[in-house]
Every structure is written in C-alpha cells, then in structure tokens.
Design a protein. Structure first.
Length: 183
C-alpha cells in the first residue's frame, strides 16, 4: 500500500466493539501533532498535594488533625482546606503519602502519624520515630486504600514530648494522594 494521509472523523471496529490496533510490533505511532484524550478511569485523578500555611501547635498525648490549609494542587477540587479533608468522590484504590516535620522532638520521645478514614483510626498507617537528641524530626507515612464515593480521609499527628510542640510551615509538612490506575 502506498504511503499517504488517512483523514477520518471516527474509527470503529467492523463489529462496533472490540480492539482497534494502530501499527504493528516494532512500529511507533506518532502523536506529536495531536493529543490523546483518556477516559476518566485511565487518569491518576483525583489527586492533591497540600501543606500547612502557618505553624500549628500540637498538644502532647492525643491525636490532632493537621491543618492542611494550603493547596499545592487539587486536580478535581476534592480537598477541603476548611476542614482539612480529602473526599475523592470516585471509587478506586488510592495512594497517600504524609510527611511531617515537628520542631524539637526530645531524646527518646515519639511521634505518630495516622491517616484516618471516615473519622476513624481503624484503617490507618502509623510511623514511629525515636529521636537521638533535641532536633527537628521528619516522619513519613504511606498508605493505600480502596475508596467508595462517600469516603473521606484526614491526617493526624500525636507526640509524647510532654509539652506543646510546633508543626512548622517552613519545613516539609505535606500530604498528597492520588487514584491508582489499573489497581
């Protein structure tokens, strides 16, 4: 067959359903002059990344919700900065990453992080840090979960220092999450 340009409005299979193959093994399909639109189930959205806009005081001995009030990005407007909550609204599996830096974690004291689901710490991931001296300490928490349309997620911190400590906005205190494709 001769080289040329194929101009069509729609390509479908002869049966109206099934697989359409462009090119064959070893060939490259060039999309540099156009774009591909993916269906919503083929995107890592909704996705968000938030941080705290100002320092937050954290009391000792009980879990405190982290006031993530500043969006770095929020693809589908699913993070609420007034109640510090992510409600994906889309069924799927989600990956969450929480990173917190606390000021002055004393020697042999602990910091715990949890990602709550629907107001409960039952489906959570916890990180424990034992400091070797008085220092700023960063901790990470990674977790994945299957969400329904009404589930919501919040990030919490606890420490046992014995006095109020600060989460400082000038350090890496961030939270992010996104929907996993194909999981």
């Amino acid at each position: 067959m001769a080289d040329g340009t194929l101009k069509v409005g729609t390509i479908t299979t002869s049966s109206g359903s099934g697989t359409i193959t462009l090119g064959q093994s070893g060939e490259t399909v060039d999309m540099s002059n156009g774009s591909i639109t993916l269906s919503s189930d083929m995107k890592n959205t909704p996705a968000f990344m938030v941080r705290i806009g100002s320092s937050q005081n954290i009391s000792t001995g009980s879990y405190t919700k982290i006031a993530f009030d500043t969006e770095v990005y929020d693809t589908d407007s699913k993070f609420d900065t007034s109640n510090y909550r992510f409600t994906p609204g889309v069924v799927g599996k989600y990956k969450f990453e929480l990173q917190v830096t606390i000021d002055d974690l004393d020697d042999q004291k602990n910091m715990f992080l949890k990602i709550y689901k629907n107001g409960s710490g039952e489906s959570t991931s916890t990180t424990r840090i034992r400091a070797s001296g008085t220092e700023k300490t960063t901790s990470w928490c990674n977790w994945s979960d299957t969400a329904s349309t009404t589930d919501y997620y919040e990030a919490y911190i606890q420490h046992d220092i014995g006095s109020t400590e600060e989460l400082r906005s000038d350090y890496s205190t961030i939270w992010m999450g996104y929907r996993l494709i194909g999981a």
